[in-house]
Design a protein around this ligand. Sequence first.
Ligand code: AMP
Length: 122
Amino acid sequence: MAYDEHNIFARILRGEIPNNTVYEDEHVLAFHDINPQAPVHVLVIPKGPYVTMADLGATGSAVEQAAFLSAIAKVVELTNVEETGYRLICNNGRDGIQEVPHVHVHVLGGRSLGRMLSKPRE
Ligand code: AMP
């Protein structure tokens, strides 16, 4: 899928929209979700133009891929959810109900997160 340079995370990466940064390095930015679904709700995004996790996995460099995984570990540490537990969610494409077409992992925690999947709406 072609990358849309106007998506909101691309604009955050260009500094056009502010964000509440939790962690940043050369390849990755992590920031608080604007509409948190749990006490801890952080989004981790690569700085490269990848739409889905499959894009990042297939066309990202090994350095970018490793940096992304390391950043998730950093966020888990910085938000103190390692001991109590957390959930990683990555919505991809139409059926995954991905709203922002720039790959991101949600790091959620700080309370019990319930069952893994809700039933789809009819
Ligand atoms: P998804 O449905 O997986 O694409 O999730 C997109 C997420 O981005 C949602 O949880 C939104 O609340 C979040 N979001 C949208 N705009 C912003 C923003 N400007 N800053 C932080 N989070 C945002």
